[in-house]
Write a protein that binds this ligand. Structure first.
Ligand code: KG4
Ligand code: ZN
Length: 332
């Protein structure tokens, strides 16, 4: 098979990232410049600051992606760039760079839906999921449960009715006095806690595949006020985390069983959570389901997943026009 190499570019939030992926499944280079430290001062991402940092970081990051694997522009067959959804100013930096490079080097380029990128991180695994499969995508802005019949055929089974799982982690981390980014800090603190210490509520929503996390956030806020610091923080963090993980795992497994899928894939920043990965692994083993979870650095935002998601269209000879737009909101 002749190698088909895609340069991926990702700037939808606060990571400036570039990667080169061969044949949609082999990472040749993967570079990420995180802005997390800059935004930590404010406890969240400041969109205008993120855009300006992308302008500074992106070209050096793309340069490093080439340097890391020793390739040149003549070795690249196409460019894939995140163009939706995300912070529009941030997306514009990546999309403008992709367009300019595509024009200058005469390469095809495609816009990629960021969540499709999280899904395609699973195809970078040595054992990718077998179609058809159920996919849970849990990020800072989205919580989606999908059925993937084929590359082009997906059905949305459920989604969050309010906060995304990552958003809930970040907001509750803040309530617990943990620094930004909240999710990884809850994960770190919860490791020494008892997940059964506090009985936080789970929103089952009558057995539907939808999720709701805003009630949990209120419950954590009320608990912390009433408790006045008596319960050790690791126990609060572990109990909160368990409430999120239990709903994610139960609904995903229920979806796989009820739709007859034999494979489960997970993606998005929250998929880096250690309790989520251990609990979903256990549940899949019990039910004899194939499970794919990308390694933590491919769960959080990166450009290798964008290159992988752009590969099916680019390898078929497709390209988007230079008039391609960015979109702040678009469902998958
Ligand atoms: O996919 P992602 O990197 O960016 C978005 O597309 O939003 O996801 C970021 C989210 C944040 O809410 C972050 O707190 C959460 O993923 N996250 C985690 C962990 N690592 C990142 N949540 C729980 N445990 C983690 N280890
Ligand atoms: Zn993401």
């Amino acid at each position: 098979m002749t190698p088909f190499r895609v340069l991926g570019i990702e700037t939808s939030c606060d990571e400036s990232a570039a990667a080169i992926v061969e044949n949609g499944d082999t990472i040749l280079s993967n570079v990420i410049a995180s802005q997390a430290e800059i935004h930590a001062r404010w406890g969240g991402v400041i969109p205008e600051v993120a855009s300006r940092k992308h302008v500074e970081n992106l070209l050096p990051v793309i340069h490093s992606a080439f340097e890391q694997c020793g390739l040149n522009w003549e070795d690249i067959d196409g460019i894939a760039v995140t163009n939706r959804p995300g912070l529009v100013g941030a997306l514009l930096v990546g999309v403008s760079a992709a367009k300019a490079l595509a024009y200058a080097y005469n390469k095809p380029f495609v816009g990629v839906h960021h969540l499709l990128g999280h899904l395609y991180a699973n195809f970078l695994s040595p054992n990718p999921p077998d179609f058809p499969f159920v996919c849970l995508i849990v990020s800072g802005g989205h919580t989606e449960l999908l059925m993937m019949k084929d590359h082009n055929a997906r059905i949305r089974l459920g989604h969050t009715l309010d906060d995304a799982a990552g958003e809930c982690f970040d907001k509750c981390a803040r309530l617990m006095g943990l620094p930004y980014p909240g999710g990884p800090n809850v994960d770190r603190v919860a490791i020494d806690g008892d997940p059964q210490a506090v009985a936080f509520p789970r929103a089952w929503l009558g057995g539907s595949y939808d999720f709701s996390f805003s009630g949990l956030k209120t419950a954590v806020s009320r608990f912390l006020q009433d408790d006045g610091g008596k319960t050790p923080l690791p126990d609060v963090a572990a109990s909160f985390q368990e409430a999120v993980v239990e709903t994610l795992v139960r609904k995903t497994i229920k979806a796989a069983e009820e739709t007859g899928m034999r494979s489960v894939a997970v993606g998005g920043g929250v998929a880096a959570n250690r309790r989520l990965s251990s609990q979903i692994r256990l549940a899949c083993e019990e039910k004899g389901l194939q499970l794919v979870i990308p390694p933590p650095d491919l769960c959080t935002d990166n450009a290798a997943m964008i290159a992988a998601a752009g590969y099916p269209r680019l390898s078929k000879g497709e390209s988007d026009p230079l008039s391609l737009d960015t979109m702040a909101v678009e469902s998958l």
